[in-house]
Write a protein that binds this ligand. Structure first.
Ligand SMILES: CC(C)(COP(=O)(O)OP(=O)(O)OC[C@H]1O[C@@H](n2cnc3c(N)ncnc32)[C@H](O)[C@@H]1OP(=O)(O)O)[C@@H](O)C(=O)NCCC(=O)NCCS
Length: 346
């Protein structure tokens, strides 16, 4: 079997549908615990890239025009511009173990080389039963000579288990908004987001933090809206100074009214130790539930090394729901790739 890789553009209806169908099939086979991929989200992701990032979306076709693999590549354009992330790397479940994955990896290596990238990052999710990556992922990564970089516990909150809201202490005030940060708060949001990015433990991932920039916030909002997502956001403001002490966001796709993604949560370093992370999340979730009667669960992914955030989320009622693993694939295959590793049991 050989396949050819074709770029997927937003106007190519057939290719977009092919990719969506393949991702649905892979989700049903590999990650049925996750919400199914949203078609509006895919379309928007082709039209508007993440901030400071170029994207390439590829579909691999067999000779009979069956779509057998989906690959999405994200090339950071400012910090981390030596890397490319394969944000999606999926072989159709009906076409596995025929070398498609291996050839797709070769293709990604070629694209990385064409963009002058020296690091290739791969990510994939596993369900609650797999505390590490599931066998296909592990053995595939091993066959390619990729090295494990990081794991991110996936935590899920059933919203009925969420704590009640507690009042915020004086002189702090709550402020709520939707998908767009109000103009008078956007510089503070940029400051807090850069704090979060600088402090997030990255371990072996070696990922440089993003700068504080209003443009990043606005570009991210444009992307989220283009993907048909809606956000619920809350800030805690100090009434004396107007300073934003804490900020959190929940984001929902069009296709999954029962599921929200817990996005950013950050507390200004000067306000830490007062439970503001917990309080801001309580109030934001209450506002989101009031507006979204179908909301049943909230998903979040934390770094395995971020013990503090894991503790806050456990206190909130989040429980283990799966694992996201990241691997680094060398741009040039190591000579011993695929050599059996006695530490891995089949
Ligand atoms: C992982 C994945 C991409 C592999 O795709 P694939 O087309 O089956 O891969 P290949 O046929 O090229 O397999 C290459 C080698 O990987 C290893 N491998 C792949 N799947 C395996 C499995 N289920 N069990 C054991 N080894 C496996 C084998 O060594 C295989 O070589 P072999 O068939 O000659 O023994 C596919 O299972 C998939 O899409 N999984 C879900 C998403 C994912 O995990 N992405 C990868 C992120 S690292």
């Amino acid at each position: 079997m050989t396949e050819s890789f074709a770029p997927v553009t937003p106007s190519d209806r057939r290719a977009v549908d092919d990719v969506h169908r393949l991702r649905l099939a892979a989700q049903a086979a590999d990650t049925p615990h996750l919400p199914p991929p949203c078609p509006a989200d895919l379309e928007g992701s082709l039209a508007v890239p993440p901030p400071a990032t170029a994207i390439e979306e590829w579909a691999a076709y067999a000779a009979d025009r069956t779509c057998v693999a989906s690959v999405r590549l994200e090339f950071p354009l400012e910090e981390n511009d030596n890397a490319v992330t394969a944000a999606v790397f999926l072989v159709h479940p009906a076409f596995r173990r025929r070398g498609v994955g291996r050839r797709a990896a070769e293709f990604v290596r070629d694209r990385a080389t064409a963009h002058g990238r020296s690091r290739i990052l791969l990510a994939a999710d596993a369900g609650p039963g797999d505390r590490s990556a599931p066998p296909a992922q592990r053995y595939f990564a091993q066959a390619l000579g990729a090295r494990p970089l990081a794991t991110f516990p996936h935590l899920r909150l059933l919203v009925d288990a969420a704590p009640r809201t507690e009042p915020v202490p004086e002189p702090l005030r709550l402020r709520f908004w939707g998908s767009t940060v109000p103009e008078d708060l956007v510089a503070q949001a940029a400051r807090l987001e850069a704090t979060l990015s600088a402090e997030a433990p990255t371990g072996r991932l070696e990922w440089a933090p993003q700068p504080s920039a209003v443009a990043r916030i606005r570009d991210f909002e444009r992307m989220r809206i283009a993907r048909g997502r809606r956000a619920y956001q809350c800030g805690i403001l100090d009434a004396r100074s107007g300073r934003m002490a804490a900020w959190t966001a929940l984001s929902m796709t069009r296709a999954n009214p029962d599921n929200a993604l817990q996005a950013v949560t950050v507390v200004d370093p000067a306000y830490r130790g007062r439970r503001l992370g917990l309080l801001v999340k309580q109030h934001n979730l209450a506002a989101c539930r009031a507006a979204e009667p179908g909301l049943a669960q909230v998903d979040t992914w934390n770094s395995a090394e971020n013990a503090h955030m894991l503790r806050i989320n456990a206190a909130f009622g989040f429980t283990h729901a799966g694992t996201r693993s990241m691997w680094e694939l060398a741009v040039h295959p190591p000579s011993d790739a695929g050599r059996p590793d006695v530490a891995l049991d089949r």
